[in-house]
Design a protein around this ligand. Structure first.
Ligand code: NDP
Length: 288
């Protein structure tokens, strides 16, 4: 079997960003500059890096970003008040609350105060509920979580038809696993979700025409767990001494799969791109 084709997330993301830049230019002609508020509580170095990457990406496509930086010990009511101010601000079309929040804050409670109309991360219960309710793709909410949306775009970039396929998602988090499974279901795949209590994981994953790994365990998915020719999307980001590695044993799996994403350079660039896309969509919705 020939080696799998590598799905180039950077390239797919770059194409989408060019399209977004054109949409932003058109909006600006109408006097609308899409604006994203980036709320970062405290000074966690990893979160600072992520937020900086998001702000840089905004600038590249012409979006306005506004940093909101409450101190690490901000009381919950004060943080919620800042978010509600952003909800009312017409220059802000999207609100991103960088996670994880410090331990004294109740994350679901804070996220509930982001207006569902500016919820560009797609984590508000209203948007998650709409995602769960959607039977078909065109019934999805305006905002779907960015990493799962990016994963679907990468599958589409391979030309694979999702409808009718067997899809297996390893991981059931609210941020990645569950929403990606709901999106695959809305695209008419037959979906199985696996987790830490799944017995004989390999027997399940070997059934998958489309396999999405969102686990956080380095190289969990080995070649013998993959169906020959499958599309394999590796969401995992694991920092080891040797560098970043995914949840898929890339060097092995590339011998078996039909298409596989690398780490880095696969899903990662898509996540930020989908955040930009959601902000532009929000600006358009508010303009009309
Ligand atoms: P969580 O820790 O919230 O969820 C991990 C899931 O994997 C859980 O459902 C857990 O099961 C399951 N799991 C753990 N161990 C095993 C195992 N041995 N076999 C099968 N299932 C297992 O992680 P996230 O969903 O937030 O993130 C997953 C990965 O994706 C991480 O590496 C993270 O860094 C990465 N990520 C990457 C993003 C990107 O932009 N590229 C964005 C977001 C995340 P259980 O529920 O039973 O505990």
């Amino acid at each position: 079997m020939p080696e799998a084709q590598i799905i180039d997330g950077k390239k797919v993301a770059e194409q989408l960003r060019q399209e977004l830049a054109e949409e932003v230019a058109a909006l600006m002609k109408q006097g609308i500059t899409p604006g994203l508020a980036t709320v970062l509580v405290g000074e966690d170095p990893a979160s600072q890096v992520y937020v900086r990457m998001k702000e840089k990406a905004c600038a590249k496509v012409g979006l306005m970003s506004r940093g909101v930086r409450p101190p690490v010990d901000v009381p919950q009511e004060e943080l919620i008040a800042r978010i509600e101010e952003l909800n009312r601000d017409p220059a802000i079309h999207g609100i991103l609350v960088q996670l994880p929040l410090p331990k004294h804050l109740d994350t679901p409670e804070v996220l509930q105060h982001v207006s569902p109309d500016k919820d560009v991360d797609g984590f508000h219960p209203v948007n998650l509920g709409k995602l769960l309710s959607a039977k078909y793709w065109d019934e999805l909410p305006t905002f779907i979580p960015c990493t799962p949306a990016g994963a679907i775009k990468l599958i589409d970039s391979t030309g694979t038809q999702i409808e009718g396929k067997r899809a297996v998602v390893v991981g059931r988090s609210l941020i990645v696993g569950k929403p990606v499974a709901m999106l695959l279901l809305a695209r008419q795949a037959t979906v199985t979700i696996c987790h830490s209590r799944t017995r004989d994981l390999g027997a399940v994953t070997r059934e998958a025409d489309i396999l999405v790994a969102a686990v956080g365990v380095p190289r969990l998915i080995e070649a013998e767990m993959v169906k020959p020719g499958a599309v394999v999307i590796d969401v995992g980001v694991n920092r080891l001494e040797e560098g970043l590695v995914g949840d898929v044993d890339f060097d092995q799996v590339i011998q078996v799969a039909g298409h596989v994403t690398p780490v880095p350079g696969g899903v990662g660039p898509m996540t930020i791109t989908m955040l930009l896309a959601n902000t532009v969509r929000s600006a358009k919705a508010q303009a009309s």
